[in-house]
Every structure is written in C-alpha cells, then in structure tokens.
Design a protein around this ligand. Sequence first.
Ligand SMILES: [Cu+2]
Length: 166
Amino acid sequence: MKFSLTALLMVPTFALAELPVISDAHIVQPPPGTPVAGGFFTISNPDDEALVITGVSSADVARVELHLSAVVDDVATMEEQEEIVIPAGTALEFKRGSYHVMFIGLETQLAPGDEIEITIESNTGPIEVNLPVVAPGTAPGHHGSDQASTHESAVQHSDDSPGQSH
Ligand SMILES: [Cu+2]
C-alpha cells in the first residue's frame, strides 16, 4: 500500500509540462475593404523548456502567417517567421509593430462580435485560440499609445504579390 501510494505521487512530476497560456487575444477590425488583418495576444510560457511556435492555421481564413514587423531604412516591413521561440518562464506580446498573426485574403468585412479561431503549432502540441474582433482603439492589453490605422496602411509586405499589398 505504501509503495503504490509513493508511485502514484511521483507520476505528475514527470508527466506534467506547464502549458502555454494565451491572454488578451484579439483581432483589430481592419478598415472597410481591407483584405488583411492582424491578430494579437500575449503568450506566456510557464514551463522550464523553451516554447517553439512553428506555424499557424485557421479553418476560417485561407492564408494565415506568423509575421514580425520591422523598420528597415525607414520603411516599415513585415517578414514571415518560420518559428518563434519563447524562452522558459517568459511571455511574448504579439502586438502592433512587433510579432503578429497575419490574416490574408479575407473575403468578408470583419466586425466586432466576429471571432476567428486559429491553431498555433508548437513543440508542446497544437494551441487553439479564439480571437474576437474588436474596434480599433479598444484592443485589450493596450496601455496608452494606440496608433491609429495609418500605421497599417504604410506597411509594405516583404514578399509582395499583386493584390495582396498591405
Ligand atoms: Cu503582417
């Protein structure tokens, strides 16, 4: 009896990985007629191993990519990311001007109340996230400086193809 109890208590310390936690997930409603939108959230990695994000997909949108915004020679660009590493015990904020999920080729106008479900592929398995659409300026997790949509329209895609410029 005593032996089996000990064995039972020891199992969780081997089996339990601390799963990533997503907070403040949202999509900022794009201006009318814009076929692209950005998805944002904070992802925390409480585990003692690095979390590696290797892809993203959605049944709701044909093309979804992991992007990192940067300014190169005074020009705002976005580059697709093959993988994003979140070190053990840290959190990464996906936000305007930094990492974001890019929805490309939207066929309908997104409105507050809509929701897009995505699956983030990672080394801990798939992570399902629901991103509610919010009106510009009302995004959760923003502390002050919300730059209006002018930023988005100035952004150029690094692998621009006809009809899909931002
Ligand atoms: Cu982007």
